[in-house]
Design a protein around this ligand. Structure first.
Ligand code: GCW
Length: 656
């Protein structure tokens, strides 16, 4: 790990079990070299020994090797793991599989070397496990170096130039491989002038990043502008059906692959929030995506085409337009029209990474399209890495969601699981040291979408604090485990969403988006609150689901409490399934949320002396801000609804 940089979930002691043993490594290739380097470094530290391809002075405690058996079973990334007769064995068909097998052993620690275990097969459920960086090359006047970045600057770019800190990039790749991530996109989906040129004359800078990440099995992708043939190529059109435009993309892409032979492909945000796209030429989004797919397909690349298309200039008076409907309305009619090299990348919810949303109805409604599901690790709307909000349980709910007779989201996402990264040049990688748990959990859930999030959390604790006492492990678990629900309690209630400060999206502003063109409303008046998205009397969004969800969401009687205000406009006196009225629920959860933050802060304070001082201090400082922020949310939300409704708190607590 570079000097001064936090080792995160590869704390040196996490490699003790491997580093104190005799290891044999068989096979060759660049990733086998990486495996060898990892083991050799661990042995240097902990006194073990590593041997290459020898058969003489065994026996070995650990044998890591490439084999030829079972490629159809293991694929390029799978491995078998066994512990028999005193030797732990990992066998893979490809270098990546071997690397993942090594990290599996690291995760198990001493347990990997005890007892007898007959061979088990491990392989990722999803072939693509990707992070999208919303990093700008040049500092954007509003968004800064990283759009929605809460961890300092970018690892890759600084003030218009490549940072060139490839040692740090390599260390990043190592952390990502250790949690199973295998792809990364290196620039913001909002592609501004400087970033656009990464595709052409600045591709060498992307190639340097790809070079640093490659030893850890990570492929590099690039966000591109649909208008590139005009802005970079000097053409008069970017029409996807124009032969010259097609030729331009083919040639530009050929050059990209010359520089980066294992390039992953493009990410495109088109006709979305002002980015250019095929609508300008009267073309569909499948025509747009297929243009780029045709360019990358000959090289084995993929186009990730984002489904985040909606009208961000809507009139708030227009009650028929519903942003939640937009992705489904735009894309479902195109099912079956996307080329094999195109993946439609869908945000997990129909709105925008709120603390609580239903699963996007698009997921499951396009059986003839390769879908990738996009999560947001950076916590734009969930505390911006100033608040502890471990999102594992939320993601797990999303990934396990299924339409009747359908597959769970984790399996529908054949095109992979993607997340907006929360990493920057902060010495802790993430702005909140505990937000590392979000990144780790994302990687592990992408590998195994039905994993138990609580177990993944404990894995993260074990790797980050390998020498933790019971008290420290329990303390860490307790401050993280319920933190998403705590955050939900003190912010926007019952799935209604937003109520944030416009623009930067931090902190409460109940009416911040109420009369704005962004399509994010709550419609609170003196009688009630919520958005009627029923088929019977509302926008019809509930009807975009299949059974049984369409029916359940349609009626306030069957709609789950936590999504009630997402789907229905109800009176404050409406009684929830919990037995409370909506207004009392709002008051109670907001008081509870603040109390829970206070408790977590005390638990953290009690861990001083068990955590290294710099990390402890950073988290303590963030807890002060979280508590301040939670109180602000509580008081603004409770006061707003007391004033609107005139209904007093049944427990007579102070509301301002
Ligand atoms: O969540 C919203 C953000 C924008 C972002 C956009 C998107 C990159 O507020 O900052 O732009 O979504 O996902 O494209």
């Amino acid at each position: 790990m570079p000097e001064g940089v936090d080792p995160a979930w590869l704390a040196p002691a996490a490699l003790r079990a491997v580093g104190s043993r005799r290891t044999l490594i068989r096979g060759s290739g660049p990733l086998v070299e990486t495996v060898h380097g990892e083991v050799a470094e661990a042995c240097r530290r902990f006194g073990g020994r590593v041997v290459r391809d020898a058969s003489d002075d065994g026996p070995y405690d650990l044998a890591l090797g490439l084999g030829t058996e079972g490629p159809e079973l293991l694929g390029e990334e799978g491995f078998t793991f066994a512990c028999e007769g005193g030797t732990t064995t990992v066998t893979a068909c490809g270098g990546r599989g071997l690397l993942y097998g090594l990290f599996h052993v690291v995760r198990l620690g001493e347990a990997a070397f005890s007892g007898e275990r007959s061979p088990q097969t491990h392989r990722p459920a999803l072939a693509l496990r990707m992070l999208d960086h919303w990093d700008n090359v040049a500092v954007h006047p509003v968004m800064g170096q990283v759009e929605r970045g809460y961890a300092g600057g970018s690892l890759f770019w600084e003030d218009g130039r490549a940072r060139g800190d490839l040692e740090r990039v390599r260390a990043y790749g190592r952390l990502l491989a250790a949690c199973g991530i295998n792809a990364i996109s290196v620039n913001n989906v909002n592609v501004h002038a400087a970033e656009a040129r990464l595709l052409t004359d600045r591709i060498g800078e992307v190639a340097d990043i790809a070079y640093a990440l490659r030893p850890y099995g990570i492929r590099t992708h690039l966000s591109v502008s649909f208008a590139a043939p005009i802005t970079l190529g000097g053409l008069s059109t970017a029409d996807p059906l124009d032969e010259v435009v097609r030729g331009w993309w083919a040639e530009a892409t050929r050059r990209v692959y010359e520089a980066i032979p294992d390039f992953g492909g493009y990410v495109v945000k088109a006709d979305s929030e002002g980015q250019p796209g095929p609508f300008a030429y009267g073309r569909s989004h499948s025509e747009g995506a297929n243009l780029l797919a045709a360019a990358v397909e000959p090289f084995g690349g993929t186009v990730h085409w984002r489904a985040f298309v909606y009208d961000h200039r809507q009139d708030w008076r227009d009650r028929a337009t519903d942003r939640a409907r937009a992705a489904y309305d735009h894309f479902v009619p195109l099912d079956g029209e996307f080329a094999a090299g195109a993946v439609l990348q869908v945000k997990h919810g129909p709105m925008d990474f709120q603390v609580r949303e239903p699963v996007s109805p698009l997921i499951g409604a396009m059986p003839r399209t390769r879908l990738a599901v996009e999560l947001q690790v950076t916590q734009e709307y969930t505390g911006q890495q100033r608040h502890v909000c471990w999102l594992g349980p939320m993601w797990s709910e999303v990934l396990r969601f299924r339409q009747e007779r359908g597959l769970p989201v984790g399996e529908v996402a054949r095109g992979g699981l993607v997340a907006v990264s929360n990493v920057g040049d902060d010495p802790f990688w993430t702005g909140h040291p505990l937000a590392q748990a979000n990144l780790y959990t994302f990687g592990r859930l992408a590998w195994q979408p039905d994993a138990e999030p609580g177990e993944v959390l404990d894995e993260w604790i074990g790797l980050t604090y390998p020498e933790a006492s019971e008290r420290l492990s329990a303390g860490l678990h307790s401050v993280l485990d319920g933190s998403w629900r705590t955050y939900e309690k003190y912010t926007a209630p019952l799935g209604v969403g937003f109520m944030v400060q416009p623009g930067h999206h931090y902190g409460p502003s109940v009416d911040g988006y109420e009369y704005s063109p962004w399509g994010t409303y709550h419609f609170a008046d003196r009688d009630g609150i919520g958005v009627d998205r029923s088929v019977a009397s509302g926008t019809g969004f509930a009807g975009q689901y299949g059974a049984p969800w369409a029916g359940l969401y349609e009626s306030p009687d069957t709609c789950p409490d936590e999504l009630l205000l997402f789907f229905h406009h109800v009176p404050y006196g409406h009684v929830l399934k919990s037995g409370k009225t909506v207004i009392q629920h709002i008051y109670d959860t907001h008081f509870e949320g603040v109390e829970e933050v206070g408790q977590a802060r005390s638990v953290w304070a009690s861990l001083a002396g068990l955590v290294d001082p710099a990390r402890h201090a950073r988290v303590s400082e963030r807890y002060e801000e979280q508590l301040r922020g939670a109180r602000e949310w509580r008081d603004q939300i409770n006061s707003y609804f007391l004033r609107k409704s005139g209904v007093p708190d049944s427990r007579g607590r102070r509301i301002h």
